[in-house]
Design a protein around this ligand. Structure first.
Ligand code: SF4
Length: 356
């Protein structure tokens, strides 16, 4: 029986309809089921009172409602929460909830490890072990939602472990579930997919209507080839063209993330080159002073350098923010995520101390 069971959380509404049709049920039952699970948080078929007894029995036999197990939770002094999820076979992924004045943003993982091997990234130091299923992505959200209680998660960013566009089937199915009126009902504008530059897959972000963020991180091909090997395959010219196409089609701004590495990408001439690269693309720029992590070999630039870099771009007419470092004390800051779980399942609150 086990082998024929399907994971409820991996099914988009149309997929669930098809599945239920196969069980001889009406298509509208899919909406009913979505409402029980995503609106009412009921996952025990016995309690789904508007379904017939034989249907509930079929659900118990054919469908699983299993969420990734939360094995660790750490809370930073700034309110950031980092979660570790066990997805089986002793593999884990992390999700980070980042609070700010006007939103609660959940940063989700899409893969265990990552093959893109960006030199400055902690996750990139682990080879890809496994791509997550849509259910494991949705499951991260549901677990954090439960943990947050009355506080509503307002935004989702795919900026955790893994390259989301290397796992498109699962990521875009999960996005469909997030967006579904009967599912989690999040606006497409509140969901951002971040890529290191897998150009052929960028149109999928466009079609999904979600926002696009690109980890630019370098002012020219020479430096980008060095720190982001994907650039050798899809150099800046084709990447910028894909970004322009996305912005023109969606009328949304592209976000360019730019990690400032001391003496590598933080020179004032680099800001000048970046302004040339992105000059015809409706966009905003998010500067990320590097968050140091073990053996990275890179350093964080001085505040002065960061402000100078920002000023040069602002003077050129760009909207430029500097990402506030959140969750540094719990090693949850950008580029610091990894599968660090080595112990037995535990759950704890941590308000101080460096835990990475
Ligand atoms: S920055 Fe993103 S794409 Fe690059 S190695 Fe890290 S997780 Fe992978």
């Amino acid at each position: 029986m086990e082998s024929t069971q399907v994971d409820f959380y991996s099914l988009t509404l149309p997929q669930l309809r098809t599945f239920l049709t196969g069980l001889g049920k009406e298509k509208f039952r899919a909406q009913q089921l979505y409402k029980w699970v995503y609106e009412k948080n009921v996952t025990d078929p016995e309690m789904m009172t508007n379904l017939s007894k034989d249907f509930r029995q079929s659900l118990m036999e054919r469908v699983t409602f299993k969420l990734p197990e939360m094995v660790d939770r750490r809370i930073s002094v700034d309110g950031t929460r980092k979660y570790l999820f066990d997805i089986g076979n002793r593999q884990t992924v992390e999700a980070v909830m980042i609070p700010s004045d006007d939103r609660m943003t959940l940063c989700l993982s899409s893969e265990v490890g990552c093959n893109l091997a960006c030199k400055f990234c902690f996750t990139g130091k682990q080879k890809l072990k496994r791509r997550l299923t849509a259910g494991e992505i949705v499951g991260q959200f549901l677990q954090v939602k439960m943990d947050m209680g009355e506080t509503r998660l307002s935004n989702i960013v795919f900026m955790g472990m893994g390259e989301p566009l290397d796992n498109t089937d699962a990521v875009f199915d999960a996005i469909e579930i997030f967006k579904s009126d009967y599912g989690l009902n999040l606006s497409r504008k509140k969901i951002t997919v971040s890529t290191s530059g897998l150009v052929p897959q960028i149109p999928l972000v466009t079609q999904s209507g979600t926002r696009l963020a690109v980890s630019l991180n370098a002012p020219n091909d020479e430096i980008r080839n060095e720190i982001m090997p994907i650039n050798k395959k899809y150099p800046l010219k084709v990447l910028m063209e894909a970004c322009r196409e996305h912005a023109n089609t969606t009328k949304d701004l592209v976000t360019f993330e730019y990690v400032l590495l001391k003496d590598v990408t933080d020179h004032i001439d680099h800001a000048e080159q970046v302004s040339q690269l992105i000059r015809n693309i409706p966009c905003k720029v998010n500067l990320i002073p590097f968050n140091e992590h073990p053996d990275s070999g890179y350093q964080r630039p001085s505040r002065n350098k960061v402000f100078q870099f920002q000023k040069r771009l602002v003077d050129k007419g760009f909207h430029v923010t500097i990402r506030r470092t959140m969750g540094r004390d719990i090693f949850a800051a950008c580029g610091q995520l990894t599968s660090q779980y080595k112990g037995r399942p535990q759950q704890q609150n941590v308000s101080t101390g460096v835990l990475g």
